[in-house]
Structure formats: structure tokens, C-alpha cells
Design a protein around this ligand. Structure first.
Ligand SMILES: [Zn+2]
Length: 157
């Protein structure tokens, strides 16, 4: 039995996400992240992988990346949350999603997309609705920079 169901999600504008179809224990592998392996050179040179599409691109190592921007990649529907309950894991050229904590049946499966903080971060607003949401899809270690920006602009007002 699959551990997930595809359902409408409040997080994503496109409207879909993955939901736990039963209780999932921490550490359980939930779904493989499928795609095509490309060289990092291809990723840098092709128009397909401009900043908008990087959302589905995983760097595997110095040479290769995994492009998950395909409709057969169901794991690509997993939404980002600032309070994610799952993580991307990988070995060699394979990537999958595992539960980072115990997930209850019916909960949406979410990951931290791990975007770095750069000038483009505003392209990716976050609507995860968690208490810690910083408003943009930025990886956890970089979020303090945005929070600091928020608090600085609040001070001015
Ligand atoms: Zn958020």
C-alpha cells in the first residue's frame, strides 16, 4: 500500500500535494524522487533550468544533477513547508523522501526545499501557514536573514 495520496493542497497554487494515507513512522522511506540525471554543465547551459525551474533540480554531486521536472515524478508534488515533516535523502544518483518525524494519517507530506538565500528569493513566496513561516521558500539555515529583514522593516514603521 502506498503511504501517500494525491490531494488538493492549500500550500501550492497549482493545488496538489501528497498526504499521508496512514500513520508513517519517523525514518520511513515514503516515495522515490524520480527524474533524469543530467550533467551540471547541462543544467547551467539550458534555458530550461533558469531560476524558476531550479525548484525541481537536485545537485547530486560535482558532476551530476537530477531533474525531477516530469509528470511521472509524483514526489515533485510534495510542497515546501517551513515546518517540514519530511526530508530529501539520497545516495549515489538516487533521491527519495523520508519521514523526518512521525506523520499522522491525513497530514500533508512536506519538505524543506533547501533554497539558498539570494536576490531571487522573492520569486518563491511560501504559503505553508506554519507558525514559523518566514514568507518565502528558503532553507532553514538561511531563514534568519529574512526574519532579520522583516524585523528591520518593522522597526522602521
Ligand atoms: Zn512557510
Amino acid at each position: 500500500m502506498k503511504l501517500y495520496k494525491i490531494k488538493r493542497s492549500k500550500i501550492d497554487n497549482k493545488g496538489r500535494g501528497l498526504y499521508a494515507s496512514k500513520d508513517i513512522k519517523k525514518g520511513t522511506k515514503i516515495i522515490n524522487y524520480l527524474g533524469k540525471v543530467i550533467t551540471n554543465k547541462q543544467a547551467d547551459e539550458s534555458d530550461k533550468y533558469d531560476n524558476n525551474k531550479r525548484i525541481y533540480l537536485f545537485s547530486l554531486n560535482k558532476k551530476f544533477s537530477l531533474d525531477g521536472d516530469y509528470s511521472f515524478n509524483i514526489a515533485g508534488l510534495v510542497n515546501h513547508s517551513c515546518e517540514a515533516n519530511s526530508i530529501y535523502e539520497g545516495k549515489g544518483l538516487k533521491i527519495w523522501i523520508s519521514a523526518a518525524k512521525n506523520i499522522k494519517k491525513g497530514e500533508e507530506i512536506t519538505c524543506d526545499y533547501g533554497f539558498g538565500f539570494d536576490k531571487n528569493y522573492k520569486q518563491f513566496p511560501c504559503k505553508c501557514g506554519s507558525k514559523n513561516c518566514c514568507g518565502f521558500i528558503v532553507r532553514e539555515e538561511s531563514r534568519w536573514r529574512i526574519n532579520r529583514k522583516f524585523s528591520m522593516s518593522n522597526k522602521k514603521n
